[in-house]
Every structure is written in C-alpha cells, then in structure tokens.
Design a protein around this ligand. Structure first.
Ligand code: 5GP
Length: 207
C-alpha cells in the first residue's frame, strides 16, 4: 500500500436538490468513504437518527464547541446552527480515509481557507426550479412555511455555485452518482495526496 492522505468531499446544494440522497448513495456504494456527522441546534425531523444524520445538541453545547475550537467550520442556516466536528475529520484524513460532508456554502468557504488541498467541493444543481419545489414537498418533513422559507433561501445558496471545484446537474440520482464517483476516483490519484509515492518510486529505481 502506498501511503495516501484522505480528502474531504463536500456536497452543497439548495435544500431539495438531492444532496442527502446522493451522499447516502456514495456511502452505500463505496465502503472506503466515511460520513461526517454534523452537530446542529435544529430539532430532529421524524425520520432522522441521532448520530447518523446529525448530533442534535443544545445551543449551550454548540457555543461551548465553538469556544473550545472543536469545530472545523460552523454556520447559521435557516435560523439554526450547524457545525463540523474537527477531530473525526482530522483523524480520517491523516489515516488516508475520504470523508463526505453535506454543508452549505458558508461552511465550504471556511473549509476552502483552512483545508486547502484536502477539500474537494461539489455543487449539485437541481434540473429546474419546479423539481426543487416538488422534492421539498414530497419529502413531507417540513411545514408549508418552512418549505416556502427554503425555496426563498435556495436563490442565496445557488448563487455560490461558482465557488466549487465541480458542478453536477442532478437530472437522475444514478447519473449524478456516477459523475461524483468519477471525481472521487480521480482525486484519489492526485499526486499531492500520495506522500508515499516518493518512497515507492525510489524502491522502483533500486530494483
Ligand atoms: P437541514 O436542516 O436541511 O438538514 O440542513 C440545512 C442546511 O444546512 C443544508 O444546506 C446543509 O447542507 C447545511 N448543513 C448541514 N450540516 C452542516 C454543517 O455542519 N455545517 C454547515 N456549514 N452547514 C451544514
């Protein structure tokens, strides 16, 4: 095995563009990927599981994590706070594992400044505005007011698509998965991620 450093694959999109489904698909199909579990002050939705979807924490605990510098990034989205715990990401990257995170543009912007080459960012666009609205409604997890707020917020999130390394239009989940898997495969062989290559090549030259 040639020593490799992992990367953090960030997926962003307006709510309802299919980002959560894509993240789950990537994790189910590639057992080498691990998921970043964010902390949030938002209350859980009915189907959500503590520790899988999020760690649901109090405002006081969130503020403590910020004060103790335990978060790699954090942001306020739709009136709730969200953050990425630092330790699990640092450990995964150092041990050569790739991590998938679902973050908004504010979090991605912070990570672009701190993680530099360890960040691979993908923006997922919905195929149409109508599709976005229908997916938010079909989800059946949010009130009409929340759906309206999320639709209004989608323009803000969408305007940040130019800040990402890759952009995928989610016309079908399967096509999007194949495209993002191609990104992952390519990013895994980036020279800078393989600090073990120098030794490997030196050994080749000695043989
Ligand atoms: P939701 O409440 O629908 O689960 O997520 C709302 C938004 O917060 C989504 O755009 C999601 O990507 C973003 N989000 C989830 N976790 C984090 C996080 O740890 N950091 C940041 N910056 N955004 C997050």
């Amino acid at each position: 095995m040639i020593e490799r450093r992992g990367f953090l694959l960030v997926l962003s999109s307006p709510s309802g563009a299919g980002k959560t489904t894509i993240a789950r698909g990537l994790l189910a199909r590639d057992k080498e990927l691990v998921s970043s579990v964010s902390v949030t002050t938002r209350p859980p939705r009915p189907q959500e599981i503590e520790g899988r979807d999020y760690r649901f924490i109090s405002r006081a605990r969130f503020d403590e994590m910020v004060a103790k510098d335990e978060l790699l990034e954090h942001a306020s989205v739709f009136g709730h706070s969200y953050g990425t715990p630092k330790r699990p990401i640092e450990e995964a990257l150092a041990s050569g594992r790739d991590v998938v995170a679902d973050l908004d543009w504010q979090g991605t912007e912070q990570l672009a400044r701190s993680l530099l080459q360890d960040l691979v960012s993908v923006f997922i666009l919905p195929p149409s505005r109508q599709a976005l609205f229908e997916r938010l409604q079909k989800r059946g997890e949010d009130s009409p007011e929340t759906i309206a707020r999320r639709m209004a917020g989608s323009a803000e999130e969408l305007s940040h698509w130019t800040e990402y390394h890759y952009v995928v239009v989610n016309r079908s989940i399967e096509k999007s998965l194949v495209q993002i898997e191609a990104v992952i495969a390519a990013e895994r062989v980036r020279r800078q991620r393989q600090p073990g290559l120098a030794c490997f090549v030196a050994a080749l030259l000695r043989e």
